[in-house]
Write a protein that binds this ligand. Structure first.
Ligand code: SF4
Ligand code: SF4
Length: 678
C-alpha cells in the first residue's frame, strides 16, 4: 500500500502529451494550495509512510518540502518521491540525503526518445531531458540509485529505436540502477493514441526485446516480465497492483492524499477529471462481471489467464470504462502465452493449463462474491468436497445486490450524506404513511433487523401489521456504513398493511398472481401492464433504459430521460426515490400523482426538509449507464456502482435536470460538465 501525497494536485512543470492526469487538467481541476497540517493528519489516518507525488512534487517550496520530509523521517524513518527529475537541484540533493528519501524518476529514454515528456518547445524539452539524465547520474553518484519508470511509445520503442533504448539501459545498469518499470502508453486523447501509441504487436515485440537482454544486465530487473511468470505459478506476493483485482472505487494499493487532506484514489482511475473520495468498502463487481462477460463484449470469459491477469488495471480499461477489461488484453495474452511455453519447457505446470484451474477460479469468484480478495498463493488445491453448483458455474449470471458510493469531495459528503440519510429515514416511514393514507393496500420497504421492532410499533400505531417479504437490499446510509457489502443480506424486505390485506397479498404471492399483487401495492394499471408485459418476461430488475424509450426495442444510447423529476428512479439503489415501482414511462401521469402525494406526505409527517432535498436531488442532472451487468450512476456530488441487468454493450440514459447543487464540481463528461451551468 502506498500513500501518495499530492500537495499541488496535478500541477506540473512539464506537459507530457500522454499524461494520465490530463483529464483533470482539461477539467480545470488544478489545485495548487495545500495545508501541511491537514496533509499530515490525512497521512496518519491512512497509515503512512508516504510518497510525494504530483503533478510534479518538486514544485512545492523548499521549506515546506523540508518540513514534510522532516516529519516523515521522524514518524516513518524514511521518505520517497516520484518526480520527473527536471527540477532536482543542490538543495533537493541535500534533502534526499538528510531525510532518507527514496527517489523515483519518470523518464522515457535519452535525448529525442524522451520528447513526449514535452516542456513547451523542442529545445526546452531536450534541455529538460538533459537535466533529468544529469540528475539520474547525480542521484546515483551522491545518493542511492533511483528507481525509474519509462513509458513505451513510438518515439522510444519502435524497432529502429530499441537499440538506442538498450544502450541507454545498459548505461543505467552500469550506474547501479536496479528497477526499471515499463508502462504502455495509454491516453484518453485519440490524437495521442493514434500518433504515439505502439500497436499491440509492437508493444509485445518491445517487451520481449527487453526480456531478451535481461541476462546482459547486472542490476536492472524488468519487473513486468518477472511478475507475469510468477503469476502463472500462483506466486503473486510482491507483484504490482495491476494484477490484484484493483477496485477502482477504493484502489487499495494507492491511497491518495490531496493538498487539502482529502483522501482519494489512484489517479489512473480518474476519467471524469475529479478526484473522487474513496468508497468506504472494497468491492469486486468488476472482476465478477469480467469473469462472466464474453470477450467480444469487453469481458474475459473463458480466458485461461484470468486468474493471473484478472482483466488488469481498471485505469487502462477499454473505452476508459472500468467495467471493461484492459485495452492491453492482446499484449498480456501474447506475453502470458510466451511465459506459459517457457514454464512448460522448464518442466513447470502453469496455472493457465493446470487441470484444477476451474476449481481455483471458483474459489476466487466465491471470495469476490463475499466481498473478499484472495491471494493466488492462498488458494486451496485440494479436491472439491461436493458437486454443488458454484458461483463460478452459474450460466445465468447476475451480480449479487450491492451499492457502493464515492463522493466527488469531502465537502460534498459533509453536506449531502446527512441529507441522504434523512431521506432514507423517510423512505422507511413512507410505507406506513402511504398505506395509512389509502394510497395502497400494502407497501414493501426494507428494514434492518435492529429496527424491525420499532417499525412494528410505528405501524401498529396506525393500525397496521408488518410481515416479512424475503431478503432485501438497501444502501446502508441509515446505519452510517455508507455501503452494503456484496451479498450481505443485511436488510429484510417487509410488507406493511392491514392484517387481512397482508393475508390476501401473501396468498397472491403463493399463487403467483402478479397483476393483483401490483394492484394491492397501488401500482397504476399502465405501469403494471408495462412491468408484466415488458420487463418481467426479460427478467429485468433495473429497466431504466426500457422505461426511457417505451415501445421501442432498438436501443440508441445515450437515451434521454425526460419527464417529471418525481419519476426519476436512477437512485433507487441508495433509497433516493419518490415512487417505489417502475413507471411505464418517465412522464406517466398516474405515477406522477403518486410521487407528488408521497412527497406531500413527507411534509405532513414531519419530514419537510427531506421532502425538499428529495425533490431537489431528483431534479439534478444525472447519468445512469449499464455495462457488463454493472450500473454506474453519476450525480453532481457522488457516483454509485450497483448491479444492473446484463445488456448487449453499454447503455446510457441521461436526465437533463433543472437544478444543480452548489457543491457541484466541474469535470469532464455528463453530468460533471454541467457544473455551474444550471
Ligand atoms: S488503478 Fe491501476 S495503477 Fe492504480 S492502483 Fe489500481 S491497478 Fe494500480
Ligand atoms: S488476457 Fe485479456 S481476456 Fe485474459 S484475463 Fe487478461 S484482459 Fe482478460
Amino acid at each position: 500500500m502506498t500513500v501518495e501525497l499530492r500537495p499541488m494536485g496535478v500541477a506540473c512543470n512539464l506537459e507530457c502529451h500522454y499524461c494520465y492526469q490530463n483529464p483533470q487538467r482539461e477539467a480545470g481541476n488544478l489545485r495548487q494550495s495545500y495545508d501541511l497540517e491537514k496533509m499530515k493528519a490525512a497521512i496518519e489516518r491512512e497509515g503512512g509512510p508516504f510518497t510525494m507525488f504530483g503533478g510534479e512534487p518538486l514544485l512545492i517550496p523548499l521549506n515546506d518540502l523540508e518540513e514534510l520530509w522532516r516529519w516523515g523521517l521522524e514518524n516513518y524513518g524514511k521518505n520517497s518521491i516520484q518526480t520527473n527529475g527536471a527540477l532536482i537541484n543542490d538543495e533537493h540533493m541535500r534533502l534526499f540525503k538528510q531525510y532518507n528519501v527514496d527517489v523515483g524518476i519518470s523518464v522515457d529514454g535519452p535525448g529525442e526518445l524522451n520528447d513526449l515528456r514535452w516542456a513547451g518547445a523542442e529545445t526546452k524539452t531536450r534541455d529538460a531531458t538533459a537535466k533529468v539524465q544529469a540528475a539520474i547520474e547525480r542521484v546515483c553518484r551522491e545518493w542511492n540509485p533511483p528507481g525509474l519508470i519509462a513509458t513505451l511509445h513510438r518515439l522510444n520503442a519502435v524497432p529502429e529505436k530499441l537499440p538506442a533504448m538498450k544502450a541507454w539501459i545498459k548505461d543505467l545498469d552500469a550506474l547501479g540502477i536496479r528497477s526499471l518499470r515499463l508502462h504502455m502508453l495509454e491516453s484518453e486523447n485519440e490524437y495521442i493514441r493514434k500518433n504515439y501509441a505502439l500497436s499491440d504487436r509492437e508493444n509485445v515485440e518491445a517487451l520481449l526485446y527487453f526480456a531478451e537482454f535481461q541476462n546482459e544486465l547486472k542490476h536492472i530487473q524488468f519487473d513486468v516480465i518477472r511478475e507475469m511468470e510468477s503469476l502463472l505459478v500462483a506466486k503473486d506476493q510482491g507483484t504490482s497492483c495491476v494484477w490484484h483485482a484493483c477496485d477502482p472505487y477504493s484502489t487499495e494499493a494507492v491511497r491518495g492524499v490531496e493538498g487539502n487532506g482529502q483522501s482519494s484514489n489512484c489517479g489512473r482511475t480518474n476519467k471524469d477529471g475529479i478526484d473522487f473520495t474513496k468508497a468506504d468498502e472494497q468491492g469486486f463487481e468488476r472482476y465478477l462481471a469480467l469473469y462472466h462477460t464474453p470477450q467480444e463484449n469487453g469481458g474475459c470469459q473463458g480466458c485461461r489467464f484470468f486468474m493471473a491477469c484478472k482483466g488488469q488495471c481498471p485505469g487502462t480499461a477499454i473505452d476508459g470504462d472500468w467495467r471493461n477489461r484492459t485495452e492491453h488484453c492482446e499484449i498480456w495474452k501474447t506475453l502470458f502465452s510466451q511465459m506459459e511455453r517457457n514454464l512448460v519447457r522448464r518442466g513447470e505446470w502453469p496455472l493457465s493449463i493446470h487441470p484444477v484451474r476451474k476449481r481455483l477460479e471458483t474459489q476466487l469468484i466465491q471470495a469476490w462474491n463475499e466481498g473478499r480478495n484472495i491471494s493466488l498463493s492462498n488458494l486451496s488445491w485440494a479436491a472439491e468436497e461436493n458437486g454443488s453448483r458454484s458461483a463460478a458455474q452459474q450460466e445465468d449470471f447476475r451480480l449479487p445486490h450491492f451499492a457502493r458510493l464515492a463522493w466527488t469531495a469531502d465537502s460534498a459528503r459533509e453536506i449531502w450524506e446527512p441529507r441522504f440519510k434523512k431521506i432514507n429515514e423517510w423512505q422507511l416511514q413512507s410505507g406506513i404513511h402511504c398505506v395509512a393514507d389509502g394510497m395502497a393496500d400494502c407497501a414493501i420497504r426494507q428494514v434492518t433487523p435492529s429496527r424491525i421492532f420499532e417499525y412494528l410499533r410505528q405501524a401498529s400505531q396506525k393500525g397496521l401489521s408488518v410481515e416479512p417479504w424475503g431478503q432485501g437490499f438497501f444502501y446502508d446510509s441509515i446505519n452510517g456504513n455508507g455501503n452494503s457489502s456484496v451479498g450481505s443480506g443485511k436488510y429484510q424486505n417487509v410488507i406493511v398493511g392491514k392484517a387481512d390485506d397482508l393475508d390476501k397479498i401473501i396468498e397472491l404471492r403463493r399463487t403467483g398472481d402478479n397483476e393483483k399483487i401490483g394492484a394491492m401495492l397501488g401500482i397504476p394499471e399502465c405501469c403494471r401492464k408495462f412491468y408484466l408485459q415488458k420487463a418481467l418476461p426479460q427478467n429485468l430488475k433495473d429497466p431504466v433504459w426500457l422505461i426511457a424509450q417505451p415501445g421501442r426495442d432498438d436501443v440508441k444510447s445515450p437515451l434521454e430521460w425526460s419527464g417529471d423529476p418525481g419519476l426519476n428512479i436512477f437512485l433507487k439503489a441508495i433509497g433516493i426515490q419518490a415512487v417505489f415501482h417502475f413507471p411505464c414511462s418517465p412522464d406517466c401521469s398516474a405515477s406522477t400523482q403518486i410521487a407528488d402525494r408521497t412527497i406531500e406526505l413527507a411534509r405532513e409527517s414531519g419530514f419537510e426538509e427531506a421532502a425538499d432535498w428529495l425533490r431537489e436531488i431528483l431534479s439534478w442532472p444525472l447519468e445512469w449507464s449499464a455495462l457488463n451487468g454493472i450500473a454506474e450512476i453519476k450525480t453532481p456530488v457522488a457516483k454509485i456502482s450497483t448491479r444492473a441487468d446484463a445488456t448487449t454493450g453499454k447503455i446510457t440514459v441521461q436526465y437533463a435536470g433543472s437544478v444543480g447543487p452548489e457543491e457541484s464540481i466541474r469535470g469532464l463528461g455528463y453530468p460533471y460538465n454541467m457544473a455551474g451551468k444550471i
